[in-house]
Design a protein around this ligand. Structure first.
Ligand code: ADP
Ligand code: MG
Length: 360
């Protein structure tokens, strides 16, 4: 059975230090939900409040209609997985997975069959008699997941579970976790500082900074329509260009020197003003008829794509341009290129970076 999680006006203080205030959040039943943000922004703190390991200084936490603020962690029926696995070194794989059940006074036969079920689901049944020290990091994390899930929790909480694994295994374990979550259908709250991991694994993501949720959305929402400059620069890479927003006959343009580049989806009542344009490297394209002129400063060939550093006319800082590598040569340094921009993809932020002036 999985639950919906609702958090209303959460407040967390460590002594006099307020790290989270007035935080609202709703996580749907069966959803894979991720808290994403830089180190120290309060992800672990919030997750531990949901788990019951942290005191709550204000606000209300609900699993479905049940307020859980004062409920013991032991009766919240949650499964947890941490970065450092936290499996017992002195117990075999089998006994690690069975641990949560032996604690719950369940019949032996039932324990054995449920343990088997989750050993198989996590594909670690062949190691069931091994001790953890003889397992790889990925296998240990599978044990930790099986142990968390075998108790049939209502919610699965994971705090940076892949951070200790090497890069290749990290990518592989993303799909393992996502698949299992889907099969079991459990509500999942996942914490990571790795934006690519969050994008790959989540149904929805809450981007946090300094204890404040900046935006909640699908990976696609966050990438394409970040609601502020922090989200735009934290999710993927983007070129930020200080410029002016101009209105000519109810069409909006940004200024690159003498050139005006049209931007789409700005509400009519938006005033002309200084802005920060956010244009991702793949949103520029080489175009004979392109209005934007630039000079290639340097290039890096990365197989599928080539990254160019380009100095645009009328723009102070250089920008990054990504093009699919062609069979022809890489464009030499110092070449003059003409570029266009996919105008519906441009985001325009107020000069303080706090709001996006582009609407869908
Ligand atoms: N037990 C604690 N006592 C005092 N301050 C803490 C404690 N745990 C975390 N903090 C502070 O709270 C803030 C959020 O920390 P944390 O939730 O661990 O961030 P994250 O998991 O996003 O890296 C940080 O400034 C951190 O120093
Ligand atoms: Mg943390």
């Amino acid at each position: 059975m999985s639950v919906e999680i609702k958090i209303v006006k959460a407040l967390k203080k460590y002594g006099d230090n307020t790290v989270i205030s007035n935080l609202d959040l709703e996580i749907k039943k069966g959803e894979f939900f991720t808290l994403l943000g830089p180190s120290g922004c309060g992800k672990t703190t919030l997750l531990r409040m949901i788990a019951g390991f942290n005191s709550i200084e204000g606000g209300d936490f609900y699993f479905n209609d049940k307020r859980i603020n004062d409920m013991d962690p032991g009766v919240r029926n949650i499964g947890m997985v941490f970065q450092n696995y936290a499996i017992f070194p002195h117990l075999s794989v089998n006994d690690n997975v069975a641990f949560g059940l032996t604690n719950r006074k369940i019949e032996k036969k039932e324990i054995a069959s449920r343990t088997d079920e989750f050993l198989k689901l996590m594909q670690i049944d062949e190691f069931k008699d091994r001790m953890p020290e003889r397992l790889s990091g990925g296998q240990q994390q599978r044990v930790a997941l099986a142990r968390a899930l075998v108790i049939k929790p209502d919610v699965l909480l994971m705090d940076e579970p892949l951070s200790n694994l090497d890069a290749k295994l990290r990518v592989e374990m993303r799909s393992v976790i996502k698949d299992i979550q889907h099969k079991v259908g459990i509500t999942c709250v996942y914490v990571t500082h790795d934006q690519e991991e969050a994008m790959a694994i989540s149904d929805r993501i809450a981007v946090m900074n300094k204890g404040v949720i900046q935006q909640i959305g699908t990976p696609k929402d966050l990438y394409q329509r970040p609601s502020n400059l922090f989200v735009a620069t934290f999710i993927g890479y983007t070129n930020t260009i200080n410029t002016k927003l101009k209105n000519k006959n109810n069409k909006f343009y940004i200024e690159f020197g003498d050139i005006d580049v049209e931007v789409a989806n700005i509400a009519n009542d938006v005033k002309e003003q200084d802005v920060i344009a956010s244009i991702r490297p793949e949103e520029f394209y080489l175009d004979e008829d392109g209005l934007v002129k630039g000079k290639i400063i340097s290039s890096v060939f990365l197989g599928l794509n080539t990254h160019y550093e380009v100095k645009l006319d009328g723009v102070e800082n250089t920008i990054e341009l990504v093009q699919e590598s062609s069979i022809d040569n890489i464009i030499p340094n110092d070449s003059i290129v003409k570029l266009s921009i996919k105008k519906e993809k441009i985001n325009i932020f107020s000069i303080d970076g706090l709001s996006n002036l582009v609407r869908d």
